[in-house]
Design a protein around this ligand. Structure first.
Ligand SMILES: [Zn+2]
Length: 572
């Protein structure tokens, strides 16, 4: 059947409501934000495990769900508060088996279940079961303005995906939409129409065939990042195989792709093992080796959904010789899913490290030339109008999307800060500090580490620990201040004087200077250094571009590029 014929058939089916438009139904500011202030009642809860049953109906664009949430009570409470998009109709609520449907209210997307009385002192757990359903919020510009995507494959079959990084888990299930509230285990039971598959997070337990032709896909994932739990439904084909890790374990690898793309899918799958080699060799064990490596083709560009990374890059090629979208999202298994920012204010730890893994992969494959070419290609993307970290709790959107904000800088400035740091402290110290940040140890092995919630001060602490020096000044300028440090040079006779202008802050960062064929490192004690050079000799400052600093050429290029843009036109 052609795509057009199927569309005609669908239009003629009178029972179907019209397809929901992007952005519909609208969501409240509470649901739209992820990671904002917690409700006081939420601070009394820890979500231990969740069991999520979903029925996906792509024809009607409807989701029905039943969530069973197992909480630890950290204090006595008279209510349970969870986040859930109010567009869902809630039909049943129980707490410890007692029907409290009438005590449920959800005016703004932060739902309250009033308990009949305050929990007794000796009650330490609560089991909350919520049954809900309806037409969920449709994404506008996924993955950046996220939600549900109800679409069709090129041959007209249903194809559905979700992406919630900015809005959070509450678009899909009742959760506490705050990074540190990830449960230790989530089981998913996803029922889909006949002929469709539902690849999802973690390990596949079983696929149940139902009498009505539908199937239920049962998955179990440990320690999932909250926005990493996703639904993917389509007529997928699958390529899979084992990866023999240097750490002795065998990791199953899977890629689910649309029919008709076998050669491209196999070519992409062939990149999985070398990319794993790189990350395991440079950083440490794949954190989810007991689960799987999973990638699924999606209508949107990509997202680091844990063990089921979204891939929508259309097998694009680059001159760097690898699929940059796959390589990026996969890096987030370490920097987002294993290491998770404890507040979105530290989002740069996800994106900066993962962005930096790209030139490092170029270096791993081809050497320093490719590495530096990739670093320099990224450099004009740095805006530096706002500090990378504000130093106070932020929502995901605060960090990503405010214009002109630090959205791009959390990637590009982040990777350049790490590049500068590695050049200062050396590979051994840099990667030891990275391993401490990711695994809380420098000798990670499968099974000897747990997921880590991290902040920028944690990184500073580990850098100080491995170097035995205090690097706070480095981060004060690069992370907590906006303007890039400026290197001012003056030459008088045979004397070259260098001075760091770092908004009045101490910045003793040594600088390499090339005179003729000789490179010298100039110490910059008290922000200043001098070098004696032959009069009239040609001098190149920082000849290997090891340092992130203000650059007149980049500034002029950015100004020119902005002027080329038609007024009101999109940034490129
Ligand atoms: Zn990313």
């Amino acid at each position: 059947m052609t795509r057009r014929l199927l569309a005609l058939l669908l239009l003629s089916t009178a029972t179907l409501a019209p397809a929901a438009e992007p952005g519909k139904p609208p969501i409240t500011p509470q649901t739209s934000a992820s990671g904002g202030p917690l409700d006081p009642a939420q601070k009394k809860l820890r979500l231990d495990t969740a069991d999520l049953q979903f029925e996906v109906d792509p024809e009607r664009e409807v989701l029905n769900g039943t969530a069973t949430l197992n909480f630890t009570l950290l204090a006595r409470t008279d209510r349970i508060v969870v986040d859930l998009d109010r567009n869902y109709t809630v039909t049943a609520v129980t707490v410890d088996g007692v029907d409290l449907t009438g005590a449920f209210s959800n005016p703004e997307g932060r739902a309250t279940i009033k308990l009949p009385k305050r929990t007794p002192k000796d009650q330490t757990t609560a089991v909350v079961k919520i049954t809900y359903g309806g037409r969920p919020h449709v994404a506008v510009r996924p993955p950046w303005d996220g939600g549900f995507m109800w679409t069709k494959t090129p041959d007209g079959q249903p194809w559905m995906a979700t992406a919630f990084q900015m809005e959070g888990c509450d678009l899909l299930w009742p959760c506490i939409d705050y990074p540190t509230y990830e449960p230790s285990k989530v089981t998913l039971h996803i029922t889909v129409p006949k002929g469709l598959k539902a690849p999802s997070n973690g390990k596949l337990l079983s696929v149940d065939q139902l009498d009505d032709g539908r199937s239920t896909w049962n998955w179990e994932v440990r320690d999932p990042t909250l926005y990493g739990i996703s639904l993917n439904v389509g007529p997928y084909e699958e390529v899979s195989g084992p990866y023999q890790s240097r750490y002795g374990n065998t990791i199953p690898m899977h890629y689910w792709y649309l029919p008709g793309e076998k050669p491209q899918a196999e070519a992409l799958f062939a990149e999985f093992a070398p990319v794993l080699d790189f990350y395991e060799g440079l950083i440490g064990p794949y954190p989810w080796g007991d689960q799987k490596v999973g990638v699924v083709e999606t209508p949107h560009k990509g997202m680091e959904h844990q063990t089921i990374n979204a891939y929508g890059n259309h097998y694009a090629k680059t001159a760097n010789g690898f699929d940059d979208l796959f390589q990026h999202e996969f890096g987030h298994e370490w920097f987002a899913n294993q290491l998770t920012a404890s507040n979105w204010d530290d989002f740069w730890l996800h994106e900066g490290f993962t962005a930096y893994m790209q030139p490092l992969y170029g270096r791993w494959r081809e050497g320093e030339g490719r590495y530096l070419a990739m670093m320099l290609a990224a450099r004009p993307g740095i805006v530096s109008k706002f500090p990378l970290v504000a130093g106070k709790p932020q929502s995901a959107e605060d960090v990503y999307e405010k214009q002109p904000g630090r959205g791009g800088d959390i990637y590009t400035k982040g990777e350049w800060v790490l590049h500068t740091l590695r050049n200062q402290i050396g590979d051994r110290a840099f990667f030891d500090a990275t391993r401490l940040l990711v695994y809380d140890r420098t000798d990670p092995q499968p099974g000897n580490f747990k997921p880590q919630f991290r902040s920028t001060p944690d990184l500073i602490r580990f850098v100080n620990q491995v170097t035995g020096k205090d690097w706070q000044w480095f981060f004060d300028v690069y992370i907590y201040a906006a303007p890039l440090p400026k290197l001012v040079q003056t030459r008088t006779g045979d004397r070259l004087t260098l001075r760091w202008d770092a908004a009045g802050k101490p910045f003793p960062l040594p600088v390499e200077v090339q005179v003729g064929d000789k490179v010298e490192t100039v110490p910059m004690t008290a922000n200043t250094g001098t070098l004696t050079i032959p009069e009239g000799a040609h001098v190149t400052i920082d000849p290997m571009s090891r340092i992130l600093k203000q650059d007149d050429a980049v500034d002029a290029f950015q100004t020119w590029r902005t002027a080329q843009r038609p007024a009101g036109g999109p940034a490129r």
